[in-house]
Design a protein around this ligand. Structure first.
Ligand SMILES: *Cc1c(COP(=O)(O)O)cnc(C)c1O
Ligand SMILES: [Zn+2]
Length: 402
């Protein structure tokens, strides 16, 4: 393939609806499937991507490029449109001491707290904002439990575009301050992220806001899938046995799944094995856990969701059918943990590993303990627990428990 100056050599081919299979042109602005409202997924010309992107080529690319090391498999076409604050390329840390406490020898923490704005949300927003710039979008908006809004605000600043964020009143103070400091428009709403979404819906057409809601915009997941790329690459192009993810809207979990599937298609991963994917939610908001237990293919909205883990306080994920399908296909499972177990796990991870995890990230460790007790995870499994963000962003919440 000729290397074009200023081109990312993105092998993006089209967008395909995950429900009805219809195909859409990615050079136009897309949201969900106009025909059936299904989630749209980006598809790539894998053969084309392989002409440039190989494991040895990747080994030559510096980690300072962050997730843009994988640019052939990302949707942005012109390098000039990339809006980056240094997202991605976070460490996969082997957690020896925590593993010892839990009785497991191959435990890894994918530490996403090192991203810009302190959470993995930066990955998805970096790619989505870059693509929005490429498509000429000038105003973006979203309902947010806090972290996505903070990331959106930051990347909108870097891109020089406008961001409107609707967040629940109970959003942790650090995130609210962050959004304000970046100069985004912020409205605090009574209730949950679902109520925030209703407020955005009222104004978005009138104000010309492009809606970046989780899974209603096709490219945030493209940023998130690079977590899957990095995990496999850091394990020497191997797939872990188990990935544990704190799940709200589901982009993180679905992204890792999509990423690993693409690596198998590319032939970078030789063994045709997929990890068991584990959803973790809080007992105060566990709609996916409930739906999974009941064998449903859709989620019922959780009434009155309550948990200090703001990022997973999502009463009904839009991509519910995709999350439940991944759980079934991967022979994974869904676990709920209490806020008390979450707080204990925050302290345990910090004390044993020197990582100050966000409550959502700590929830994966609380869940792992249960899964080991149940014998679902065995003591020699390779387990990746994702710490989705920094505990510092929850300082006002966590101080109360110290
Ligand atoms: C948003 C968020 C989650 C949940 O991620 P989804 O992709 O929405 O499932 C988990 N942890 C933190 C810290 C978050 O901000
Ligand atoms: Zn469709």
């Amino acid at each position: 393939m000729p290397m074009l100056a200023g081109s990312t050599n993105s092998a993006l081919k089209n967008l395909r609806c995950t429900k009805c299979g219809r195909v859409y042109n990615p050079d136009k602005i897309n949201t969900v499937c106009p025909s059936c409202s299904g989630v749209l997924y980006a598809e790539y010309d894998i053969e084309l991507a392989k002409e440039v992107l190989t494991p040895s080529e990747l080994a030559r690319r510096p980690r300072t490029l962050g997730l843009w090391r994988y640019r052939e498999l990302l949707p942005v076409k012109r390098t000039a449109n990339i809006v980056s604050l240094g997202e991605g390329a976070t460490p996969l840390l082997q957690a020896y001491r925590l593993g010892q406490e839990l009785g497991i020898s191959k435990l890894y923490i994918k530490d996403e707290s090192l991203n810009p704005t302190g959470t993995f949300k930066a990955r998805g927003i970096a790619v989505a904002i870059s693509k929005a710039v490429e498509l000429g979008i000038k105003i973006v908006g979203m309902p947010s439990a806090g972290n996505a809004g903070a990331a959106l605000a930051a990347y909108a600043s870097k891109a020089g575009i406008e961001a409107w964020i609707y967040a629940p009143k109970e959003t942790p103070k650090a995130m609210i301050t962050e959004i304000e400091v970046y100069g985004a428009k912020l409205e605090l709403v009574k209730g949950s992220i679902a109520d925030a979404a209703k407020e955005l819906a009222k104004v978005k057409d009138k104000e010309g806001i492009f809606d970046m809601t989780t899974m209603k915009e096709p490219y945030r997941i493209e940023g998130k899938k690079t977590m899957g790329y990095e995990i496999a690459e850091d394990l020497g192009w191997n797939v872990p046995d188990v990935v544990i993810y704190p799940t709200g809207g589901g982009t993180g979990l679905l992204g890792i799944w999509k990423g690993i599937k693409e690596l198998i298609e590319l032939g970078f991963i030789k063994e045709e094995k997929m990890p068991k994917m584990i959803v973790v939610q809080s007992t105060g908001c566990a709609p996916v856990v409930k739906a999974f237990r009941e064998g449903r293919s859709e989620v019922e909205a959780w009434p009155n969701p309550k948990t200090l883990a703001a990022g997973i306080r999502v009463p009904k994920p839009y991509a519910d059918y995709l999350i439940l399908e991944v759980l079934r296909v991967s022979k994974g499972t869904a676990v709920e943990v209490s806020d008390e177990e979450i707080i204990n796990a925050v302290k345990e991870v910090a004390r044993t590993e020197g990582i100050f995890p966000c409550p959502e990230g700590a929830a994966t460790v609380a869940a792992l303990r249960k899964l080991l007790e149940q014998g679902y995870v065995s003591r020699d499994d390779v387990v990746v627990a994702v710490n989705t963000g920094s505990g510092l962003k929850y300082i006002d919440v966590l101080m109360k428990y110290m």
